[in-house]
Every structure is written in structure tokens, then in C-alpha cells.
Design a protein around this ligand. Structure first.
Ligand SMILES: C[S@@+](CC[C@H](N)C(=O)[O-])C[C@H]1O[C@@H](n2cnc3c(N)ncnc32)[C@H](O)[C@@H]1O
Length: 250
């Protein structure tokens, strides 16, 4: 997840690169989207919020899976928000996009308490303290029984873990490059851009993944129950927690 411009923040150049290469660079992307949706309990109607929606693939999956829901898709990039609108154009007014800065706190209350808040490959741009604050704010914003589902890169705690994640991510991108285009051009670009965070984990100030164990603990501290990791591969994890219902049950 390189910072191609040497900048500390995501910018429109990053968006362009991710739109070009996300389909190659995200391991098991389609499976990840399915698992995120699987973790959301079926509930009629209601609002779902996607943080850092990118081109809108997950928002579209939620709109398809939950035909009564509305999705608020937030992203800091105008290019991404425009693309998300196109991706979800079949679902008309059930999708709303809006600009936000993930690190700010001013967007963290909603017109109605969401039944789900989800995010894919973005929360690692926050440092540990900011993640803890986000988890607490999401817990406060959700409706009772609502879920928070995060898909993101997570930082292994050992050199061996880093090496395994690095190797698996290379293998995944190599396979996707061959499967999608029949050649290794996208894998070569992955290497050229230095996208494999686990090969140089302290090289990019824009990327600040925390360990999975820390993040599960922060979710529990924020008051979530049923905190667990549903999937982990190539340093990418999907983990979630549920806000207790009014009676305080998990
Ligand atoms: C790696 S892309 C992931 C996009 C999408 N969620 C996916 O999984 O395909 C990261 C996304 O986060 C957005 N982003 C990064 N930092 C942000 C910030 N501080 N505030 C708002 N959006 C941000 C980018 O514009 C981009 O769409």
C-alpha cells in the first residue's frame, strides 16, 4: 500500500492507482466482500454506512444483499465518490455519497443510528489512538444490535508473521494478475510500486496498521460483544463486533 507521492495523506493520485490496480492488488477481493456482508444480520430497512467506500464495490454488494437498506458511502476522494455513484447507479436513491475525513470526528453522528458500519482497506491510515477513538465513536453511533465490520491490513507481531504475510500477498497478486489478464504485468506493477506493506512495514508514513490482537481488544474496550476475526489471509483480516441490544445481550 505504497505512498507513491511520498505524501503523508491519500490523494487523487492514490485514487487513480487504486482504481487501476485494486482488482489485482486486493487478495480474494470478491470473497472478502461476501464475508463482510455475511457478518451483517438481516434486518428490514435501515441505514448502513461505509467508511472510505472507494469505487463502491462493497456498497453495491450491501445494496444487493439487503434490498430494503439505504447506504451512506463516505470517502475523502471526489474521484472515488464519483466512481461509487456509477458503480451503484442501478440502486438509485438508496445510495448517498458524501465527503468526509476519516480522522475527523464531526461526521460520527447520523440522521438515524446505522444498523451496520463497515470499512475496507482504510482504517490502517489512522494511528492506534485514532483507531481506538473511532471504535468508541462507532459503538456510540450504531443502533443497539448493530454491527461494525472492518476489513483491513493488520500488522503481524513477529518477523515470521511479517514474512508469511508478505509471501502470501505476493502469491495472491501473482495469481490474480495471471487469472485476470493472463500475464504478470499487474504483479510487476505491484512490485514496482512497492505496494506490499509487509516487505517494508516502516517505509510508508501513510500506512499505520495495528495488530489484529490490539484491534480486537480495542473493539471489546469500546463495548462491542461477539468480537472476532472471521477471515485472515496475506496480512488482510476481516473482524467485527456487535453493539449489545437494549437489554445488554450479545
Ligand atoms: C485502499 S482504498 C480502499 C477503497 C475501498 N474501501 C476498497 O476496499 O476497495 C482507500 C480509500 O480510503 C479513502 N481514504 C483514505 N484516507 C482517507 C481519509 N483520511 N478520509 C477519507 N477517505 C480516505 C481513499 O479515498 C480510498 O477511497
Amino acid at each position: 500500500m505504497a505512498d507513491m507521492q511520498g505524501d503523508r495523506h491519500w490523494d487523487e493520485n492514490h485514487s487513480r492507482s487504486f482504481l487501476d490496480y485494486g482488482r489485482y492488488f486486493v487478495p480474494e477481493r470478491e470473497r472478502q466482500i461476501d464475508i463482510i456482508a455475511d457478518l451483517i444480520p438481516a434486518a428490514p430497512g435501515g441505514l448502513m454506512v461505509e467508511l472510505c467506500c472507494g469505487e463502491g464495490l462493497l456498497s453495491r454488494a450491501l445494496l444487493e444483499r439487503f434490498p430494503d437498506c439505504r447506504v451512506l458511502a463516505l470517502d475523502g476522494s471526489e474521484r472515488m465518490r464519483e466512481q461509487a455513484q456509477k458503480t451503484c447507479s442501478d440502486h438509485g436513491s438508496r445510495l448517498t455519497t458524501a465527503a468526509f475525513d476519516l480522522a475527523d470526528r464531526d461526521w460520527r453522528s447520523f440522521s438515524e443510528p446505522p444498523q451496520a458500519i463497515v470499512s475496507s482497506l482504510a482504517i490502517h491510515h489512522l494511528d492506534g489512538r485514532q483507531k481506538q477513538m473511532l471504535f468508541a465513536d462507532v459503538a456510540a453511533a450504531l443502533r443497539p444490535g448493530g454491527v461494525f465490520v472492518v476489513a483491513d491490513i493488520v500488522r503481524p507481531r513477529s518477523a515470521a508473521g511479517l514474512a508469511i504475510a508478505a509471501r502470501q500477498w505476493d502469491e495472491a497478486v501473482r495469481s490474480r494478475s495471471l487469472a485476470i489478464d493472463g500475464d504478470l504485468a499487474a504483479f510487476a506493477e505491484f512490485n514496482r510500486l512497492g505496494w506490499n506493506y509487509f516487505r517494508n512495514p516502516d517505509g510508508e508514513p501513510i500506512d499505520k496498521p495495528s495488530s489484529l490482537a490490539e484491534q480486537l481488544a480495542w473493539l471489546a474496550e469500546a463495548g462491542f460483544t461477539a468480537v472476532d476475526c472471521a477471515w485472515l489471509f496475506a496480512g488482510h483480516a476481516i473482524f467485527s463486533g456487535r453493539k449489545p441490544d437494549v437489554a445488554g445481550q450479545a
